[in-house]
Ligand binder design. Structure first.
Ligand SMILES: CC(C)(COP(=O)(O)OP(=O)(O)OC[C@H]1O[C@@H](n2cnc3c(N)ncnc32)[C@H](O)[C@@H]1OP(=O)(O)O)[C@@H](O)C(=O)NCCC(=O)NCCS
Length: 143
């Protein structure tokens, strides 16, 4: 793999590129109001060291957003530029965010995979993440 650098997301300098990457990542990434600039700023004020980008030649080609609430971790927006896939980049992003979660004392983390996203399913299963068919996922909009 050539010259990829992993580093913390820098707000607001990296925002436009990261957002464009999510928009171009395909159906696996759902863009929501939580991806607006002010919401990302809110996220960066909480767990900045868990929001990582992969850079190549000064261009952002991968992202992952981790979160830790003191009990469980969450992973969002793992995305790799389509031209840079199958080079181990997502594995490197996940290795790093899992390490950082562990260092914060996180014992277990969750992530959401859209139904039918077989590539993501295969990717996570290869990393020992397991589907949790014994629970139903509930959500509620609070604003
Ligand atoms: C899922 C995604 C992040 C993987 O990124 P990547 O950098 O290509 O992944 P890696 O190169 O680190 O792949 C590691 C392993 O995952 C599995 N894998 C990755 N892509 C795969 C594919 N298209 N088909 C089958 N297995 C795949 C393989 O086991 C692979 O190891 P190998 O290349 O030695 O066979 C990328 O495809 C992507 O951005 N998809 C769109 C966004 C998305 O769906 N994100 C997940 C949100 S839940």
């Amino acid at each position: 793999m050539t010259d990829f650098v992993l580093r913390q997301f820098s707000f607001p300098a990296d925002y436009a590129e990261a957002f464009a990457l999510w928009q171009n990542a395909g159906e696996g990434i759902g863009i929501s109001p939580s991806d607006q600039l002010d919401e990302i700023e809110k996220k960066c004020q909480r767990d900045p060291e868990l929001f990582l980008v992969a850079e190549q030649g000064g261009r952002i080609v991968g992202t992952v957003i981790g979160g830790f609430d003191g009990r469980r971790g969450m992973i969002y927006h793992l995305a790799v530029d389509p031209e840079c896939r199958r080079q181990g980049l997502a594995n490197r992003l996940m290795d790093e965010v899992e390490l950082r979660l562990r260092q914060k004392g996180c014992r277990k983390a969750y992530l959401l995979v859209k139904k039918g996203n077989q590539v993501a399913r295969l990717f996570y299963e290869a990393r020992d993440w397991a589907g949790m068919d014994f629970v139903d996922l509930f959500g509620k909009n609070l604003v």
